[in-house]
Ligand binder design. Structure first.
Ligand code: BJW
Ligand code: ZN
Length: 254
């Protein structure tokens, strides 16, 4: 780690230690070191091989339900074999080191929960939950559904079943978004980890926090759409930077 990064980590640890309320927003980059593909990374991102903006939409599902179903079953399998990385573990531990921490994620995996973070606000839903695209009834995935060429059909209305994720053009879950917005308005420090900051309304949350007086810290391997509006940028993989931040917060307490 270079001297500048070390200095910024010390400053970030100081503001985290003094904060009354901390909010963390994670994106696909937070799960990248667990082997879960991000969306927009040029070489490895999901969108380099698929027209994912189309697949992650009602129009794409209606045009080719089998293709969309297969894409999600492939990604579900990827998430199921993934393990939380040191960044997930550091965030779970950070909750015990600061006064209050709200964890918001855009990710549809459950790696934060598996690392021990309770009450995660999932803005874009869950890849391992399913419901009917027509009537909304919950559906429990059966082993044979994983290899089927079409989505299963709803027992109540015969509509196609879909993953309980938020596609483009769909509303985010109201209670989750309201809680995330309120937390952003009320925090002193907002940590934004591994997101390109392209997708709204999630990308608005650090701006909301900044406009309400919070210090905003970004952790990302590359500059993002948000970098120019934040107070601190820590360039590097979250699986390395977050444990370093946690260690510095802990060393201030001892
Ligand atoms: C690392 C790393 C490492 C790598 N360590 N970092 C305002 C303006 C313009 C448009 C809109 C607007 N408001 C709404 C819209 C429309 C639209 C939108 O935002 N469009 C944009 C493309 C412009 N938004 C919506 O439609 C949303 N709904 C909505 O607003 O409803 C109201 C409404 C309805 C109708 C009309 C108008 C309003 C819904 C958005 C749903 C997003 N859904 C997805 C798919 C989820 C399901 C699935 O998984 O398939 O969510 S899209 C995809 O993008 C996914 C992600 O959660 C989301 C964000 O991606 P993320 O996490 O930032 O990933 P990447 O890949 O982009 O970036 C990874 C980052 O990590 C990079 O920066 C790397 O450098 C970094 N990284 N390794 C740290 N180791
Ligand atoms: Zn139904």
């Amino acid at each position: 780690m270079n001297e500048k990064t070390q200095r910024v980590i010390a400053e970030v640890a100081a503001i985290l230690s003094d904060a009354r309320r901390v909010v963390v927003l994670t994106g696909a980059g937070a799960s990248a070191e667990s082997g879960v593909a991000t969306f927009r990374d040029a070489q490895t991102g999901l969108w380099s091989r698929f027209d994912a903006q189309r697949l992650a939409s009602q129009a794409g599902f209606r045009d080719d339900p089998g293709l969309v179903w297969g894409w999600y079953m492939h990604r579900l399998a990827m998430v199921e074999v993934a393990e939380p990385n040191p960044g997930h573990h550091a965030l779970a531990a950070l909750a015990g080191e600061v006064a209050a921490l709200t964890l918001i994620t855009q990710n549809v995996d459950d790696l934060h929960e598996r690392a021990g973070s309770p009450h995660v606000l999932h803005l874009h839903g869950h890849i391992a939950r399913f419901h009917c695209n027509e009537c909304g009834a919950a559906y429990y995935l059966q082993p044979e559904d994983r290899v089927a060429s079409l989505p299963p059909v709803c027992h109540l209305c015969n509509g196609y079943v879909r993953p309980s994720v938020v596609w483009f053009g769909e509303m985010l879950p109201d209670r989750v978004l309201t809680a995330a917005w309120r937390a952003a308005e009320q925090c002193d420090v907002f940590l934004v980890v591994g997101t390109s900051g392209i997708v709204y309304p999630a990308a608005q949350l650090p701006i909301v926090a900044h406009n309400h007086g919070a210090q905003v810290v970004e952790i990302n391997t590359e500059p993002s759409m948000l970098s120019e509006s934040v107070d601190y940028v820590l360039l590097g993989p979250s699986g390395q930077i977050l444990p370093d931040v946690l260690a510095e917060v802990r060393s201030r307490r001892s």
